[in-house]
Design a protein around this ligand. Structure first.
Ligand code: COI
Length: 355
């Protein structure tokens, strides 16, 4: 239940905007002037406010730090050609965050708090939304447990924050990926479907090992036999083989990506056949060998559409031909960019004007 939707606004007196080089943005390094905050206690969301972006004071006994009740989301806002701040399918992110919340035994966030908090925040920080090609405002909602104490039980109190960051490309170049056949990201019945912090923490060591070998990212495989493609942690994976777009079905172990489902819709709109089904690593490698693998790319909010230029499996690097502007991946990426800039009609009602 919501106590009130009265959102207090406290503006910064020291904007950092003039210190930002919008022509040279890295991913997620700088944060805009304000953040939206809300607290959950006694079964209600309260203390809704937009406040200056600042450090938090937290107890060392904070339950999120010990037992990992911490979830997040990622979505983006764009400055359209007519200077409106447009977000891409934000309610899909809320729905997914609430799914993560249920799985992690955390409270769901009502739509009106999310939508109104986001809108108030973006109205205040509109000038932080970059207009440069390839850049956007990355929006990072997060929720974590705030009970103090080290007894293992679900927290009764939580904090929700929306912070934002003007960003450029997550992967500035095509990515080299390695098929992971030892470590596991997620297993059936586990928490792979949730965007909880621990999933990402657990993926860092195997990803670091791969990075030391010259790869940007992993292709995670199923926990049981390591025979099937899952996702890449930062993005879902897509392959175009013999004219058909293939991607693994979401479920317990694969995040239900908003970009993933949008790309599937775009493919169908463009008349490209799509199959959401398990993809054996052997099928992917055979398609490389026999020349039927036409495209391989990742799809995610941060990554957008990230072409894959090499796939490593069992010690062999398979180099893939660069994608051309005519590829489905680049046409889908252009469609999404044009849509968010207001250049093409929003036929699926994916855009929400925030400011
Ligand atoms: C996103 O795409 O928003 C993500 O959460 C990926 C993140 C690990 C950068």
């Amino acid at each position: 239940m919501i106590a009130t939707l009265d959102i207090k606004i406290q503006k910064t007196t020291q904007s950092r905007l003039s210190s930002v080089d919008f022509n040279n943005l890295q991913f997620g390094k700088i944060f805009s002037d304000h953040m939206f905050v809300a607290d959950f206690s006694e079964g209600e969301w309260r203390n809704l406010a937009v406040v200056p972006y600042a450090n938090l004071s937290l107890s060392p006994a904070l339950s999120a730090l010990h037992y990992g009740q911490a979830i997040f989301e990622g979505l983006k806002a764009y400055l359209s050609d007519n200077q409106e701040v447009i977000s891409f399918r934000p309610l899909e992110n809320l729905a997914r965050m609430n799914k993560s919340a249920v799985r992690m035994c955390m409270p769901e966030l009502p739509e009106e708090i999310f939508a109104e908090g986001l809108s108030q925040l973006l109205q205040l920080d509109k000038a932080w939304v970059p207009s440069q090609e390839g850049s956007s405002l990355y929006i990072r909602p997060l929720m974590f447990a705030t009970d103090e104490g080290v007894g293992l039980r679900p927290s009764e109190t939580y904090k929700f924050i929306i912070m934002t960051s003007p960003v450029g490309a997550y992967y500035p170049h095509p990515v080299r990926v390695k098929v992971e056949t030892h470590y596991t990201r997620a297993a059936e019945g586990g928490v792979g479907l949730a965007k909880n912090a621990g999933n990402y923490g657990g993926s860092m060591y195997p990803a670091k090992l791969a990075q030391e070998q010259g790869y940007d990212q992993l292709i995670w495989t199923d926990a049981k036999d390591h025979q099937f493609v899952e996702e890449a942690g930062t993005m879902n994976l897509m392959f175009k083989i013999s004219g058909t777009l293939l991607t693994a079905p979401t479920g317990d172990t694969i995040l239900d990506g908003v970009t993933r489902k949008s790309i599937i819709q775009i493919a169908r709109d463009m008349g490209v056949s799509v199959e959401e089904r398990r993809i054996a690593i052997s099928e992917m490698i055979a398609a490389i060998h026999n020349g039927t693998l036409e495209e391989a790319f990742g799809a995610g909010t941060a990554a957008t559409v990230a072409p894959i230029c090499a796939i490593a499996y069992e010690g062999t690097d398979y180099e893939l031909a660069p994608l051309t502007d005519e590829s489905f991946a680049f046409r889908a990426k252009k469609y999404l960019t044009d849509l968010c800039k207001g250049k093409v009609a929003d036929r699926h009602n994916w855009l929400l004007k925030l400011a």
